[in-house]
Design a protein around this ligand. Sequence first.
Ligand code: SF4
Ligand code: SF4
Length: 309
Amino acid sequence: MNSKTQYTERIKSEAKRLGFLSCGVSKAEFLEQEAPRLEKWLNQNMNGQMGYMENHFDKRLDPTKLVDDSKSVVSLLLNYFPSDAQKDPEAPKISKYAYGTDYHFVIKDKLKQLLQFIQEEIGEVQGRAFVDSAPVLDKAWAAKSGLGWIGKNSNLLTQKVGSFYFIAELIIDLELDYDTPVTDHCGTCTACIDACPTQAIVEPYVVDGSKCISYFTIELKEEIPNSYKDQFDNWMFGCDVCQDVCPWNRFSKPHREPLFNPKPELLEMSKKDWEEITQEVFSKVFQKSAVKRTKFSGLKRNIDFLFEK
Ligand code: SF4
Ligand code: SF4
């Protein structure tokens, strides 16, 4: 076994030990296939007000522009599928990924540990960690590294565990063995396209971000357009519909990361509790949560949009 292969195996087994679901590796190079796709998507304004997606176009497609002398993109998946759900079926819904502690903190910490392991066990390796950060096309890298395929709902899918996981990367200046993509198993299924409450999946594999409930409830700074009234299927932060209906998600298994467990109040709160939520309750329930991104005023706007006639 050559040293490249040994290093790759050691990194993958350390990633497993740190709790990642899986780890795959790609050569750090220009994402040729993604470039025209991203350009077309941006030209059609499918990013809505997410102006940051237009920034650093070159960097987003080329990791060597993000990390000097980079050789490999190490992609990692971390499961967040919860074992419990919100109790009141009429309560406004929160996307599962936002139940517990903000994933940025949890994953950054694990990535740091993995980079430290590489530096201590392998040698002088330089690199950077990325978690859902604008410049990196994480789904494209994970797919290139054989961790899954990008489905018609534009999520990364795996046959073993569906799609309820975070994707993160280490970009490092160490050459490793590279993985190959897996085949697409969406087949003739159109469940996600048919179920999307706002018809945001405008064609297979293309989600118009500017029509997606996640965009409206998290990214949009202004009022939600009234033309979408009664179309949100009771989602107040994010939306899981196109993942919930995906047949591959019947294989989702609950995560084992205590930090992703929600505060019990979050699951207990009734429709009425949400309607009457105060800044104080918001701060308590979402103390370290990604939901804080919308601030109290943003979440309140979303709740009012669902319930106000
Ligand atoms: S997250 Fe919801 S609104 Fe967005 S594409 Fe999926 S089903 Fe449609
Ligand atoms: S619901 Fe069907 S078409 Fe959509 S991503 Fe899942 S398998 Fe693919």
